[in-house]
Design a protein around this ligand. Structure first.
Ligand code: GDP
Length: 445
């Protein structure tokens, strides 16, 4: 995601302020320079970068730090607030009945995002419906229908109609029982007048509670014109950034947020319906500044456990912070991982583990548990006794031999599993020593 790189460099710079009680102009310049470099690299609009840096500089030097605040915490709080402002504000898409219309150019990811959002709302206990009004792109109807099916959500479209306004109207009637209506619209290759006229008509018919502009993360400065035009015609209340799995940039989306005075609403990180996150500015920026984000992690784990269908044993990510990390924990984690996404992404959400944190100190393969390895590991674990699962350190050479034989796996796999467990247990141990004290301290100010 845009700004990812900012996190580690900025944390380093802020750390040089540790122990200082007063802040000098040079100190602030240093911090601001890091921010500028990183934002420009991510394609954020130059004037936006300048405004932000001026504001940070001015506030850092002029505002009086609350009593007892160190120079570092003072600057950290200001950077935090300004960056939250840059990605929108603290508002998130609410969990309530609503109609959302999607706008954007062809290929930006609207149809995919519509299904993903519907999936997301359904996981939150609401009843969503996707209404496909794109009569322009061949295959849009089929694609939307298939994705809605995968997301297991209600769908309305009419492949025989060429009147998007009528489809929108009928779609709302046909799905009246749904709580959240997501109306997908046609995109074109560029902003053509007829596209604008059409979406205005749909908007008038649908009367959405919010309209989201769907933007490909790779878009650079082109975002500005698009955002302006869509905002003028239908009013943009938020931006959904797609294809974040493909780029570390995404600065264009921030330009769009600024241009429309809106906020980032959702992030798309892959092609399947589950690859979506609701954007939460506060937790995103805290994560970025190395303060971790247990809330999102908990949410992911809950979702993953739900899908693993394992509700017998409560497994809470916060348990990882206490007690011994056993093979049982590792197995649960592996099972949940399929649904949670790659472990390194999950680790990024844990305080002190993300970029610049512990992850960087671990050997590259420490988190590399590919699906095939995971399957082999599970088979191996099935051949272990309860005592071995609870206390893997007790497993000696003769047991390795027995387990390998019992599971039909080479001894090497058993040893690899034990090594992997050891590395993960060590990581968890280091993690236990950390808290989100930084975050709490900051929030108290
Ligand atoms: P639309 O024309 O705006 O409706 O765009 P589509 O939803 O058809 O998306 C265009 C292409 O982008 C499709 O091939 C999607 O699978 C792909 N896509 C959409 N969102 C994402 C994403 O978050 N990550 C990746 N990797 N691909 C995406």
């Amino acid at each position: 995601m845009v700004l990812d790189d900012l996190g580690s460099s900025l944390r380093g710079t802020l750390d040089t302020l540790r122990g200082k009680s007063r802040i000098s102009e040079e100190d602030v310049d240093e911090v601001v320079k890091e921010i500028q470099r990183s934002l420009l690299q991510a394609d954020v609009d130059v004037s936006l970068v300048m405004d932000l840096s001026d504001s940070i500089k001015e506030r850092a030097l002029e505002e009086e730090p609350p009593g007892g605040t160190s120079a570092r915490d003072h600057v950290l709080r200001i950077v935090y607030e300004e960056l939250v402002g840059l990605v929108g504000d603290s508002t998130t898409i609410p969990l309530e009945e609503q109609t959302i219309m999607l706008a954007g150019l062809q290929g930006s990811g609207k149809t995919t995002t519509a299904a993903k959002m519907a999936w997301w709302f359904s996981k939150k206990g609401l009843r969503p419906a996707v209404i496909q009004t794109d009569t322009f792109r061949p295959g849009a109807y089929d694609q939307a229908e298939q994705m809605a099916e995968r997301a297991e959500v209600e769908f309305y479209g009419d492949p025989d109609s060429d009147d998007p306004v009528q489809i929108a109207r009928e779609g709302l009637e046909a799905t009246a029982d749904a709580d959240v209506h997501i109306v997908d619209t046609a995109g074109r290759h560029a902003l053509e007048d007829d596209l604008i006229a059409e979406i205005e008509e749909i908007e008038a018919t649908v009367d959405p509670d919010r309209s989201l502009l769907v933007l490909d993360a790779a878009i650079g400065q082109g975002a500005k014109d698009q955002a302006q035009q869509f905002d003028e015609s239908v009013g943009i209340d938020g931006v959904a950034i797609t294809k974040l799995d493909g780029t570390a940039k995404g600065g264009g989306a921030l330009t769009a947020v600024d241009e429309t005075g809106s906020t980032i609403a959702f992030l798309g990180t892959g092609e399947t319906v589950q690859d979506i996150e609701r954007f939460e500015p506060d937790s995103f920026i805290s994560r970025l500044l190395g303060m971790g984000d247990l809330k999102q992690l908990t949410e992911r784990v809950e979702r993953a456990m739900e899908e693993t269908g394992d509700d017998e044993e409560d497994w809470d990510p916060e348990d990882l912070m206490k007690g011994e990390f056993t093979l049982h924990d590792m197995k649960k984690q592996m099972q949940a991982m399929d649904n949670m996404g790659p472990l390194d992404q999950v680790m990024d959400m844990i305080p002190g583990m993300g970029g610049g944190g512990l992850m960087d100190e671990l050997p590259d393969d420490a988190m590399d548990v590919t699906q095939e390895r995971m399957r082999n590991f599970e088979v191996v674990m099935d051949s272990m006794t309860e005592a071995e699962m609870a206390n893997p350190r007790s497993i000696g050479a003769s047991q390795v031999k027995r387990i390998a034989k019992g599971s039909g796996q080479p001894e090497e796999t058993v040893r690899e599993l034990l090594d992997q467990h050891k590395m993960m247990a060590q990581t968890m141990k280091q993690f236990q020593g950390m808290g989100d004290g930084d975050m709490q301290r900051m929030m108290q100010q």
